[in-house]
Design a protein around this ligand. Structure first.
Ligand SMILES: Nc1nc2c(c(=O)[nH]1)N=C([C@H](O)[C@@H](O)CO)CN2
Length: 120
């Protein structure tokens, strides 16, 4: 099994547990490692045989923009579900960063792993 990765995708979403966080979209960063078989794409050199990471990035941007979660854990899970809607992706390691959430910290976030076997 091979890995397609996407690093530092900027997303915007209404997210946070405090009332003041509900009034505007915050900037988040997303890192993905996708477990896929790249053999067919390598052989055909045809995007139709690949997981199109550009199209996936747009879907994830829309998922985040439409969400209004309180916790980063909840948004991370929704984003993973969007990734796993692509049957060719066997599993995903997903890290969601919420920069600036804690002024005393350089970064905060959550890292999750989800696979097709778990997907409902
Ligand atoms: N485990 C979590 N802890 C906290 C979260 C979160 O999403 N998951 N969020 C907050 C606040 O929204 C913070 O990011 C902004 O003040 C605090 N703790």
């Amino acid at each position: 099994m091979d890995t397609v990765f996407l690093q530092g995708l900027e997303l915007r979403s209404v997210i946070g547990v405090h009332a003041w966080e509900r009034a505007f979209a915050q900037r988040l960063k997303l890192d993905l490692r996708l477990a896929v078989d790249t053999g067919a794409a390598a052989a055909s050199d045809d995007l139709a045989d690949a997981v199109d990471y550009a199209a996936l990035a747009e879907q994830l941007t829309q998922t985040a923009a439409a969400a209004d979660c309180q916790l980063i854990e909840a948004l991370a899970d929704r984003l993973a579900a969007t990734v796993l809607s692509h049957a060719a992706i066997q599993s995903v390691d997903l890290t969601l960063h919420k920069p600036g959430a804690l002024p005393a910290a350089t970064d905060v976030g959550v890292a999750i792993t989800r696979s097709q076997q778990e997907a409902p």
